[in-house]
Design a protein around this ligand. Structure first.
Ligand code: BEZ
Length: 211
């Protein structure tokens, strides 16, 4: 059955460019991003992995561990990484899972049904320290992802986890947040010392709590 938001991220053990990893053990108490790309030695994937490597500082700041996956072999990953480093001006600084038997791809429903060769789509799973799936994104092979948007999404789910706020359309870090409906007005007064604006009983905004 397909994974759903709130499900426990399935555990697995896999070969990666940084050795054998047991996923839950490797995550420890961190947040995690598991993301797939369709194929090694392809142009869009090369740019994506370079971009993720360059954003390592941003992921670290948010206590997020990042791990990539494709259905290529470990040997293929190891041959491709120097190309990414060379062409993208970076050093790949996160593990890449080798999944030639598609075990993990199937576990996470990452295979692209449109792909002739049973390749992975561009899936992203954001996983909380409780190992629950907080957010999922799937892009087709032809569309490179916007990893600034992935960071924005992490910021949003972390705000919800830590402060009981949601984020409105097009929210950016530092913008007004929305108090989740499960918090009463009375509790909101205690929880949000910066105050809140009751536009409608169901629409209450408050300054971003951690800014
Ligand atoms: C790419 O990364 O460029 C790519 C991979 C598979 C299909 C299409 C594009």
């Amino acid at each position: 059955m397909a994974l759903r938001l709130g499900d426990t991220a399935p555990d697995f053990t896999a070969e990666t460019t940084e050795g054998t990893i047991n996923f839950h053990e490797w995550l420890g108490t961190s947040w995690g991003i598991l993301f797939s790309h369709p194929k090694d030695f392809t142009p869009v994937c090369t740019t994506e992995l370079g971009k993720v490597a360059k954003l390592k500082g941003e992921f670290d700041k948010r206590e997020v561990k990042v791990i990539g996956l494709s259905v290529d072999s470990l040997e293929s990953h190891q041959k491709w990484v120097p190309d990414i480093n060379e062409t993208q001006g970076t050093a790949v600084n996160f593990p890449l899972i080798a999944d030639p038997e598609r075990k993990t791809a199937i576990l996470y429903d990452m295979l692209d049904p449109q792909s002739e060769n049973n390749l992975t789509a561009r899936s992203v799973y954001i996983i909380g320290p409780d190992k629950k799936i907080k957010l999922m994104i799937v892009y087709p092979a032809s569309t490179g992802r916007n990893f600034e948007e992935v960071l924005r999404a992490i910021d949003s789910v972390q705000l919800t986890a830590n402060f009981s706020v949601a984020t409105p359309a097009d929210w950016k870090d530092g913008g007004e947040c929305i108090i989740v409906p499960s918090v009463s007005d009375e509790d909101a007064q205690k929880k949000f010392p910066k105050g809140f604006n009751r536009v409608k009983p169901y629409l209450r905004t408050t300054p971003q709590p951690n800014r």
